[in-house]
Design a protein around this ligand. Structure first.
Ligand SMILES: [Zn+2]
Ligand SMILES: [Zn+2]
Length: 125
């Protein structure tokens, strides 16, 4: 097993001296540490890109909402829509928002807002 760079978020650090490695140029197969000449395969960066691009829904809701606002802005924030029956009008689509409670063992609360009549209700997880 070759030693690979340490990954922190989307950044790679040299496993020998801890120096931040710069991303490879288009045709480069390796990234070379400026401090100790360690060589990291450029494929390590490809893996990072695939992971962050193909699983946007796997991220916590705070991150996900940030991504959604890049494509569509509606009253400052965009909430995901889910199939949930509105207790007020019976409409089958509602906007979904998850609120994390202050203490971890209190879990989280789901806030729904009816897509039709804007009635709001909450469900504790
Ligand atoms: Zn190094
Ligand atoms: Zn409704």
């Amino acid at each position: 097993m070759p030693t690979l760079a340490h990954k922190i978020g989307s950044l790679l650090f040299c496993p020998h001296c801890g120096t931040l490695l710069s991303p490879p140029k288009d045709d480069e197969q390796t990234v070379i540490c400026e401090q100790c000449s360690y060589e990291e395969p450029a494929s390590s960066y490809e893996n990072i890109e695939i992971t962050t691009r193909s699983h946007p829904e796997a991220f916590p809701s705070a991150l996900r909402q940030k991504r959604k606002t890049q494509t569509k802005v509606h009253q400052g924030k965009v909430l995901p829509k889910v199939s949930e029956k509105c207790p007020a009008c019976g409409h089958l689509e509602a906007y979904y928002e998850e609120k994390q409670m202050r203490s971890a063992d209190e879990g989280s609360t789901i806030l729904y807002t009816c897509a039709s009549c804007k009635h709001g209700w909450r469900v504790n997880n």
